[in-house]
Design a protein around this ligand. Structure first.
Ligand SMILES: Cc1cc2nc3c(=O)[nH]c(=O)nc-3n(C[C@H](O)[C@H](O)[C@H](O)COP(=O)(O)OP(=O)(O)OC[C@H]3O[C@@H](n4cnc5c(N)ncnc54)[C@H](O)[C@@H]3O)c2cc1C
Length: 403
């Protein structure tokens, strides 16, 4: 796989190239490795292109029925985001568990040895070792491989799922708190209570077209992984804030949403754009992921400047210096005694954990903060209260708003 160029133009080019295959080809071949998949995830994850753009382009080319499978997969991402947004405790418990496991790794040498062997592709199980190398080299794994990988990690190697999820998050170019954490939980049997995903050698042999056949090596049956935390009831989503037409505002852009031209803030109301590089503060991400995020921010800055936005600044370095620099930059944007900043998309996950203290500080300094939400998220997230089955019935109904 060629290294994906972190630009919006490249995301759109890939989308265009995939469109002919988004119908029946995808439905028939998506589970094969290699198979017919889009490779769009690093672009959607950072919203260099959006789910809405993908859905509209697909529906211009195919009838809904033909492209249903692909559109449902795109909406899985939205479902996971909405589900976690309404249950932020799940992310906090995961982070706490991870901290406790890291402490164990410091004191238990056998445990450390097992985790290191798995993370460096030295378990002796050919398929898993190859997938580890592929993940480290490319920052990508096919969905079916991710399912097999997580199943082997959890059920066969009996390693904690939280460490596997963390390994993925550090190495995937599309690494996302919601899709990743909840998919690992789903393999454990925690997400759909009682329903565990266990990879079988037959399935791996069939879908890798005989490349791997780990017969006799995999656990074939297992109970769900125990947990101390039950699934909390869904909370109400935070109220949606919108831009007030005519109000001057500074756009605060992070890696979570790199397409501010579509934030429904007219160009004439934008007095400046500050892009914040949070990569340094994001725990231990791989150099591939760090480079992808940095270059995605840089390409966004270049695109905004080229299309006529003024006062576009990209801040990097420690969050402490960035906080000071944001405050300083905002002083140049006082309008009638107030400054307003508008920000999109810091959903539950590392960026929100990094940005929340900065936004609180700005509020203390008298800055008005508007947390925007895309129409797509606003229309679909409220349906993520139960399982995906119920959610997916809403997809064709909601999509009519967008096409
Ligand atoms: C254990 C595990 C961990 C995962 N971690 C992540 C992650 O950190 N980030 C991430 O974006 N996806 C994650 N996924 C979901 C899925 O594997 C990837 O989104 C998909 O493989 C990306 O490849 P693609 O763009 O070619 O997908 P395609 O099949 O072409 O799908 C198109 C788009 O739909 C979305 N999508 C497809 N399948 C899923 C799915 N099962 N769940 C959520 N969204 C989906 C993605 O945005 C993807 O780009 C994980 C799945 C598993 C089983």
């Amino acid at each position: 796989m060629t290294r994906p160029q972190p630009t919006r133009e490249e995301g759109l080019r890939r989308l265009g190239g995939f469109l002919p295959f988004a119908g029946r080809d995808y439905a028939e071949r998506r589970n094969h490795v290699p198979g017919t998949v889009s490779g769009l995830s690093p672009y959607v994850r950072h919203r260099l292109i959006t789910e809405e753009e993908i859905a509209c382009a697909v529906l211009q080319r195919h009838p809904y029925e033909a492209a249903e499978k692909f559109l449902q997969e795109v909406c899985w991402r939205t479902y996971w985001k909405g589900w976690l947004e309404m249950r932020p405790e799940i992310w906090l418990h995961y982070r706490e568990d991870l901290e406790a496991l890291r402490e164990r790794l410091e004191t238990e040498t056998d445990f450390l040895g097992q985790v290191q062997a798995a993370e460096s592709g030295e378990t002796g199980m050919e398929c898993l070792d190859d997938w580890v190398k592929e993940l480290r080299e490319t920052g990508y794994l096919h969905n079916h491989v991710r399912m097999w990988f997580a199943s082997i990690w959890i059920h066969t190697l009996r390693l904690p799922w939280q460490l596997g999820a963390d390994f993925f998050l550090r190495h995937l170019l599309d690494g996302d708190a919601a899709s990743n954490t909840l998919s690992w939980r789903w393999v454990c049997g925690l997400q759909t209570p009682g329903k565990v995903y266990v990879a079988s050698a037959e399935n791996i042999e069939r879908y890798t077209e005989g490349r791997y056949a780990p017969f006799g090596l995999l656990v074939t049956e297992t109970p769900p992984i125990p947990t101390d935390h039950s699934i909390p009831k869904p909370q109400l989503l935070p109220a949606r804030e919108t831009h007030v037409p005519g109000e001057k505002t500074v756009l605060l852009v992070t890696e979570e949403d790199l397409y501010p031209e579509s934030w429904c803030v007219p160009r004439a109301d934008v007095s400046g754009v500050i892009l914040i590089d949070t990569a340094d503060a994001t725990a231990r991400i791989s150099s591939n992921v760090m480079t992808f995020k940095r270059e995605a921010l840089e390409s966004t800055k270049e695109r905004l400047v080229a299309s006529g936005y003024s006062s576009v600044t990209l801040l990097s370095g420690t969050m402490e210096t960035q906080r000071e620099n944001v405050s300083r930059l905002l002083q140049g944007h006082h309008v009638g005694g107030t400054t307003t900043v508008s920000m999109m998309g810091a959903t539950v996950g590392p960026t929100r954990q990094i940005m929340d203290p900065l936004l609180s500080l700005l509020k203390q300094e008298g800055v008005a903060v508007r947390r925007l939400r895309r129409d797509w998220d606003d229309a679909l997230w409220p349906h993520a209260t139960h399982g995906f089955f119920r959610f997916k019935e809403q997809i064709p109904i909601v999509l009519r708003q967008f096409v």
